[in-house]
Structures are given as C-alpha cells and as structure tokens.
Design a protein around this ligand. Structure first.
Ligand SMILES: [Fe+2]
Length: 293
C-alpha cells in the first residue's frame, strides 16, 4: 500500500499486527508442547487464548475503519518465529535451560508486539480514533503482563538450571541409575530416572533402547531426521526427532531409522524423554544427551 495519509499508516500498522498475531497463534501451541515446566506451559497456553482475543480486537478495528480484515506480511515476527523454531531444535542437556530459552524466545515476540501496539495506539490517538486506541491498549496490557510472567518464570527456571548443573550427580542420577536399570546392558539402559527437577510437574527419563525410542517417537508421529548442513560428505550430522508441525521449519532432513541409530550409537547419545506433561497430556519433550551425562 502506498502511504498517502495517516489513515493509510494506521491501516498498515493494524494489518501488520494482524499478521504478527496470526503467526503467533500458529507458533505458541508448538512452543508450549516442548516446554517441560508446567507453569511455563500454562502461561503459553493461556496466551494462545489471549492471542485469539487480540486477533478479534484487530478485526473490530478493521470494522470500525470500514475495511476488510487483511494481513500485511509481518517480516519482523517471521524472523522471531524462525529463531524460536531454531531454539526448539537445538540440543540441550538441561530441561530448565531449554525452558529458559523458550521463555526468552517468547519474550522477544512479546516485546516486538508491544512496540507494534504502542506505535499503532499513538497513531490511533493522533487520528482521534479513541475506540480503536482503547482496544489496542487492552492488547498492549496483555502483552506486558505476559512479558512480566515470562520474566518471573525465567528467573525461577534459571535458578533450577544452575542448581542442576552445579550438582549433576546429587540431583540427576542418569549415569548410575542407567547402569542399574539397564537390563544387564549399559547400552540398553531404559527409563533411568534422570534430570529430576525436584518438582511434581514433570519426570524425565533416559534411554538408549532403540526399539523403545522408535516406539516412543512413532506414537507421537515423530520421524528420524538430521539437521541440514551439519554433516560432511558421508556423515549424517546432528540427529533430531522431527515432530509434526514444529520441526524447526526447513532445518531438518528426514533420514532412515537405521542411519539415525548408527549416529546415535556412534556419538554415544542417550534420549531424555517425557511421557506426560504436568497436565497429564502426552508429552513430546525430548533431548539428546551424551551418555556420560
Ligand atoms: Fe499478542
């Protein structure tokens, strides 16, 4: 759209926000699924509902302007979403650290939206569009509250991460328990309790059992994959489980299970996984860690 008036400017700002919110509506549920911390999952899911309301408010503004609700591609949010997907596909040996990274990615999205709402609100006020400005102010307040909530959670989760990193042997018993529970084989140690966060919300287990991993993944629709560009010629590179809908975008490439397990064993990896979330739903949370960890 050519900007010929302040009305055009305001319409573009609303269309941009409309697109940003819609991108988040698609992304937040995927991010929430990978969070291990129950409070973080709840915060993200509740914000999904707020996002629906915010989309509805923008539609009301379109109506006030006598315009059809239409998106203007928001490249800023696209970049933030891509970065978040990259974070989700990154390896972490600590669940709380993974959660901190998720919260950080979500806060970037919130701050970007806050900037968009502030600017649109100022334009609406300048144009004397009080009702539109009031609707934008409501959404802005929700974004600020979400940011505050994420900030608080991040600080708790970071402390948890630091505690578990500082005392790996006292806290997580991955190494010793894996041997004890390994059905007589270290390589097949299944479901050894690991990475305990001391809370009631989640319990992670660690396994190296090929058949178990394959079943766990396939029950969730996940496929074996590797991260594009990480392997040299004849080398698979970094392996991942590719879940439907939140694979890290185009960064993953499907491979066969045989190749995936070859790499898994060659790199002495173990899978940290979770069966249920704090809410009792099927959890897709997983991480690949070194067996000695
Ligand atoms: Fe929002």
């Amino acid at each position: 759209m050519r900007l010929q008036s302040a009305d055009d400017l305001f319409l573009t700002e609303v269309q941009d926000l409309y697109d940003a919110e819609k991108q988040l509506l698609r992304t937040l549920p995927r991010i929430a699924k990978t969070a291990g911390n129950g409070e973080l999952t709840t915060a993200l899911r509740e914000h999904v509902e707020e996002t629906r309301t915010q989309i509805n408010r923008l539609e009301q503004i379109f109506e006030m302007l006598g315009k059809k609700a239409k998106s203007h591609p928001c490249l800023g949010m696209k970049g933030i979403v891509e970065e978040a997907q990259e974070i989700l596909s990154e390896e972490s040996t600590n669940e709380s650290l993974h959660d901190c990274a998720i919260a950080g990615a979500a806060r970037k999205a919130e701050h970007y939206e806050m900037a968009g709402y502030l600017s649109a609100q100022d334009t609406a006020r300048g144009l004397g569009l009080k009702d539109a400005a009031a609707l934008l102010a409501e959404s802005l307040e929700e974004e600020k509250n979400m940011d505050r909530r994420l900030k608080q959670l991040s600080s708790q989760m970071l402390k948890e991460a630091q505690r578990s990193v500082a005392k790996p042997q006292a806290n997580g018993k991955a190494k010793t328990t894996a041997k004890a529970n390994g059905n007589g084989s270290k390589a097949n140690g299944r479901a050894a309790k690991a990475n305990g966060r001391g809370g009631k919300s989640t319990t992670s287990n660690t396994t190296t059992d090929h058949e178990f991993i394959r079943q766990w993944a396939e029950q969730r629709g996940a496929q074996p994959a590797c991260v594009k560009g990480t392997g040299k010629k004849g080398d698979t590179g970094m392996i991942r489980l590719d879940f439907p809908g939140y694979s890290g975008g185009d960064s993953l490439q499907p491979i066969e299970w045989e190749e995936w397990f070859d790499r898994f064993d060659a790199n002495q990896l173990a899978l940290v996984y979770q069966d249920k979330t704090a809410n009792g739903e099927t959890s897709n949370f997983n991480k690949l860690i070194r067996r000695e960890e």
